[in-house]
Design a protein around this ligand. Structure first.
Ligand code: 13P
Length: 250
């Protein structure tokens, strides 16, 4: 059976009241499907609302969009992995392109954050992806491989096999330009090969999600592409009806 992952990244949207209304609609209308999990990455201030809404549901899980790599300390404005875990998060996005390109997060920092997530029992979704300039220079596979290796450096093979990877080409995020299924399939196949070279056959179990302008119209063709095991969705996950349609697709 497939083990699909549908992940909603709400970015800096959905205050607690909006998140509560969304979750009432979604949980009320979404029936469990055996071949998939649905993950929600709300703003940290709305995490408790989502955690509360899904507590009876094993197929729905919540996470945070970012963590600091230290477990605790004087880091004003930051959230640690143990704090997020204590608030009910089970997942965390690491190295999202907006963290890398808006906030200057480095490959080395993503590696420290992956280690911190795993120490605290959070499942990291490791985000990788090239810019348009890098794609045009033919560097896509080199960039994605470098980002993946840096993120998992020093992680035990068995633990690495429990993580999730997301391929999000920077030029496709929030632009309405999604990668073609063939483009996505080529990069996903390269990521799968890299995972196998890092951890052997266990690398086959890691879901590889596609993200970047996914919507209800293009989701089926993307899910049919080689090694695409789910989707990580921004804008189209903010509307409960559209997110319901996406989570039921494939
Ligand atoms: P969009 O779906 O809005 O393009 O965002 C993708 C993304 O960054 C998900 O993490």
């Amino acid at each position: 059976m497939r083990n699909l992952v549908f992940a909603a990244n709400w970015k800096m949207h959905q205050a607690p009241a909006d998140a509560a209304a969304f979750m009432r609609t979604f949980v009320g209308q979404y029936a469990r499907q055996q071949d998939r999990r649905v993950l929600f990455f709300p703003s940290a201030v709305s995490l408790h609302v989502v955690v509360q809404a899904i507590k009876e549901r094993a197929d729905l899980e919540a996470g945070v969009q970012n963590i600091h790599w230290e477990d605790k300390g004087a880091f004003t404005g930051e959230t640690s992995a143990p704090l997020a875990r204590g608030a009910g998060a089970r997942h965390v996005l690491i190295g999202h392109s907006e963290r890398r390109h808006v906030f200057g997060e480095t490959d080395e920092e993503t590696g420290k954050k992956v280690a911190a997530a795993l120490r605290a029992g959070l499942t990291p979704t490791i985000c990788v992806g090239e810019t348009l300039a890098q794609r045009e220079r033919g560097e896509t596979l080199a960039v994605v491989t470098r980002q993946l290796r840096a993120a998992v450096a020093g992680i035990d093979a068995g633990v690495l096999a429990t993580t999730i990877v997301a391929y999000e080409p920077v030029w496709a995020i929030g632009t309405g330009k999604n990668a073609t299924p063939a483009d996505a399939g080529e990069v996903h196949s390269a990521i799968r090969a890299e995972l196998r070279s890092l951890v052997g056959e266990r690398g086959a179990a890691v879901p590889i999600l596609y993200g970047g302008s996914v919507n209800r119209s293009n989701v089926d063709s993307l899910l049919a592409a080689s090694e695409v095991g789910g989707v990580l969705v921004g804008g189209a996950s903010l509307d409960a009806e559209q997110w319901l349609a996406i989570a039921r697709s494939g």
